[in-house]
Design a protein around this ligand. Structure first.
Ligand SMILES: *Cc1c(COP(=O)(O)O)cnc(C)c1O
Length: 379
């Protein structure tokens, strides 16, 4: 969208480049179809209806983490067979909603959860298709708030306990065990943790085969990272290397389907948060560009110390100056970038905070009683 068109909008707003989203989806589909991989989109990354619609139309399934997300994915036309439902704290109504719609898979995170799913399925005269989420104790070397696959965190069942849990699953009459599920973290750009994950899975498949237990599917979760520093030169995640890592290292059995649950890598780069400069304030030895967008609209910098590229879309100055780019919310952590070099910036300039398509709009809050920004889409 040309800048002139952006300027007439009230700020702040989320801007989505739909052509980039479509190109990304086509690229993923080409790679996945070659290898018969099943790709589920992790809706929590961005649940905007237009974004979901584009993704489901491209044929991807959905990875869901709440009843609200199940309803939203149903409303956008995702087929229930292509839905997986993850999360450590599924409530009874959410489980019933999944059973009622006969979703493809519950990713089960604990024994008590599995017992409740079996009980509710019995009451509804249904069979629940499940995968057991395994905690492989692999450190993805990402921020500790987005690391999910080590022994310290709440997710999944440890490998030591897995045998017992699988034996139990096989005895429950309303549970059908489809496979194993893993998700080791997010914003992972080094493939080494994924190679370790493949080695762990290969070992488990060998062990269980010897015991006569086979799995229809293996789900390796998501977590592929994007380039937050240079979104213009790397506007797509490195899907080739990512899928290539699994096809090289994972020894799938005949007929076994490999599932992925990608969120960030599909939608991060197509979104920007567009904001206007309210004031440029001279502080002691630093100057602040104060925006009309804040942490309530994009919480990643405040929550994970994440960095996003900040661009001034309208300045015509060829002089670069140093700014702390901050929001209006009453928290010191409401800072998008410190020591950011921008062309001389003035009140009224339009600012793009890039790579905001994932965990931006979906994590927005009304803190400080701010209203939620609208979304604007390219053609
Ligand atoms: C969040 C999540 C994902 C998606 O993670 P990304 O880093 O956005 O790819 C996949 N699977 C599960 C179980 C999740 O919780």
């Amino acid at each position: 969208m040309p800048i002139q068109a952006l300027q007439v909008q009230r700020t702040p707003f989320y801007y989505y480049d739909m052509q980039l989203l479509r190109d990304t989806l086509q690229h993923i589909k080409r790679l996945a179809e070659d290898k018969h991989y099943a790709i589920h989109y992790a809706v929590k990354a961005n649940g905007n209806p237009r974004i979901m619609d584009e993704i489901f139309q491209a044929g991807l399934g959905a990875d869901l983490v709440s009843g609200g997300e199940i309803k939203a994915a149903l409303a956008e036309g995702c087929s229930p067979q292509q839905m997986t439902y993850s999360g450590v704290g599924k409530t009874d109504w959410e489980i019933r909603l999944g059973l009622d719609n006969e979703i493809g898979c519950f990713n089960v995170e604990s024994v008590p959860e599995m017992m409740v799913i079996n009980q509710l399925a019995m009451e509804m005269d249904k069979t629940a298709h499940i995968a057991i989420r395994v905690n492989p104790d692999i450190d993805a070397h990402t921020h500790r708030y987005i690391t999910t696959g080590t022994a310290h965190n709440k997710f999944g069942i440890s490998i030591e306990d897995l045998n017992q849990v699988i034996s139990l699953a096989l005895t429950l009459p309303h549970i059908h065990l489809r496979g194993l599920h893993f998700h080791i973290g997010s914003q992972i750009t080094d493939m080494q943790p994924y190679v370790m994950l493949c080695d762990t899975i290969n070992g488990l498949l060998r062990d269980y085969e010897q015991r006569g237990v086979t799995f229809q599917m293996i789900n390796v979760g998501g977590g592929l990272g994007v380039d937050y520093d240079d979104p213009d030169n790397h506007n797509m995640a490195d899907f080739d290397r990512y899928f290539g890592t699994f096809s090289q290292h994972l020894q799938l059995r005949q007929g076994q389907v490999l599932h992925f649950e990608l969120g960030r890598s599909i939608v991060a780069q197509c979104g920007s948060l567009i904001s206007r400069v309210l004031y440029v304030k001279q502080g002691r030895g630093r100057q602040f560009a104060i925006l009309d967008a804040g942490m309530s609209d994009l919480i990643r910098p405040a929550l994970y110390q994440a960095t996003h590229q900040v661009q001034n879309l309208t300045s015509t100055s060829d002089r670069l100056e140093r700014y702390d780019v901050v929001g209006p919310v009453c928290e010191s952590s409401d800072t998008f970038a410190s020591d950011c070099m921008l062309p001389t910036t003035q009140r009224g300039d339009l600012i793009a905070i890039r790579s905001a398509g994932a965990y931006g709009e979906s994590m927005a809050s009304a803190y400080n009683m701010r209203s939620l920004p609208p979304a604007v889409f390219s053609l």
